[in-house]
Design a protein around this ligand. Structure first.
Ligand SMILES: C[S@@+](CC[C@H](N)C(=O)[O-])C[C@H]1O[C@@H](n2cnc3c(N)ncnc32)[C@H](O)[C@@H]1O
Length: 386
């Protein structure tokens, strides 16, 4: 990088100082993870007094964000590096192996099929399965009890196990969660719907042997959040984030200084970088799809993208540098698609702002994970598929 060499040779003090500060920041970050007395106060490769490998400085900039390491920042500006580089999939290409528990006629399967490279359905009812077969979406359909079916599957087979409006016919979920965990690959997802016992408390019940779940006069079970969290934790899943689904009339408001516009194809890279900063990975295919469909929006401040949404609603996700960015995106949405959009209730400021603007909670949800999970490093609205 000749311009950096020239600045160094010209004895630019500011660059040397900034580089020293970067080193201190690097050491502080490292020591916040673990203090190793043998290397306390210095870093491998001789930073800052000797030349350190450029890839290490670029890596430091990626980890710390722009404005910390001047030489790493300069290296990144000149490179064609992209967080999406190691993703081989075509934008929008189906890549998940999916198991649809209690697939019925395939109503929910039809919504998920676009993300599935391999879709398997299981249901007790032959007639339901005939209808599902007509959709020509499933690679395999099995007429069996869903628990028995999973017990016959090899472990680590699926990226997503989902079940829509089926657990309401089952009471105890322990065996089922254990099998779902076994057939999921590390990092896979279990997504399911239930009726909330907490929300229905006081309604008419047929039987209520415990506070965990109960059979209602509707013939459907309702499960308590405490039970679901306990079952999940017993069977390897971690409860990560309490969520609420919010719905209401479009707010039609703008936030001063935070203009929102439709996203264009050349915004995708910057959206991916922003998502990477918050979650440690990108959602490049979804971003590309949403931009192509004209659904994605961005907040642009001083030429920088500081927030984006694929859409504000159940299947969409959003990230921002600040809550103001998310508020601007929510305020500009013309509709909240599906049952609503998901707000992490740990983000109390945003949750209260939504309530103060007339939005209402339609249902509580819980984000759980298994395997590696990056604690988000910023504000976000998750999609129903996280
Ligand atoms: C309300 S339907 C939902 C169908 C589908 N998931 C959808 O979203 O359209 C419930 C389905 O669960 C199936 N089901 C209920 N208990 C089951 C079990 N133990 N094993 C397999 N399927 C089951 C029923 O046969 C029915 O097709």
């Amino acid at each position: 990088m000749p311009e950096v060499r020239d600045r160094v040779l010209a004895g630019q003090v500011t660059l040397a100082e900034a580089y020293h500060r970067a080193h201190e920041s690097y050491l502080a970050d490292r020591e916040s993870i673990e203090l190793v007395p043998e290397i306390s106060g210095f870093s491998a490769g001789g930073m800052p007094n000797r030349v350190k490998c450029l890839h290490a400085l670029a890596g430091h900039s990626l980890a710390a964000g722009p404005g910390v390491n001047p030489i790493g920042d300069a290296a990144l500006e000149r490179s064609t590096w992209s967080p999406t580089r190691c993703e081989c999939s075509e934008p929008g290409a189906a890549k998940w192996s999916v198991l649809d528990l209690g697939c019925g006629t395939g109503l929910s399967g039809a919504a998920i099929a676009q993300y599935a490279k391999h879709l398997v359905g299981v249901d007790l009812s032959a007639k339901m399965l005939d209808k599902a077969r007509e959709r020509k979406l499933y690679h395999r359909l099995e007429q069996r009890d869903l628990l028995t079916m999973m017990q016959g599957e090899p472990e680590s087979t699926f990226d997503l196990v989902f079940s829509a409006d089926v657990f309401v016919y089952l009471g105890a979920l322990d065996d089922l969660m254990r099998e779902a965990y076994r057939v999921l690959r590390p990092g896979g997802h279990l997504a399911f719907s239930v009726e909330s016992l907490d929300a229905l408390a006081g309604g008419a019940a047929i039987s209520s042997d415990s506070h965990d779940y109960r059979l209602n006069v509707t013939g459907r079970y309702a499960h308590s959040m405490a039970y679901l969290s306990r079952m999940a934790a017993h069977n390897g899943f971690e409860v990560r984030e309490p969520l609420v689904c919010m719905q209401g009339s479009p707010l039609e408001i703008t936030i001063p200084g935070l203009p929102v516009r439709q996203a264009h194809a050349d915004d995708a890279e910057r959206c991916n970088v922003l998502h990477f900063r918050v979650h440690g990975h990108t959602r490049q295919p979804e971003v590309a799809d949403a931009i192509r469909q004209g659904l994605a929006t961005v907040v642009e401040r001083d030429g920088r993208i500081t927030g984006y949404a694929t859409l504000i609603g159940f299947p969409g996700h959003a990230v921002g540098e600040t809550n103001g960015d998310l508020q601007a995106l929510i305020g500009a949405a013309q509709i909240f698609i599906g049952p609503g959009f998901l707000v992490p209730t740990r983000n109390g400021d945003l949750f209260r702002w939504c309530l103060a603007h007339g939005l209402r909670v339609t249902q509580p949800l819980t984000l759980m994970s298994l395997g590696l999970y990056n604690e988000p490093n910023g504000v976000f609205l998750p999609s129903v598929l996280f």
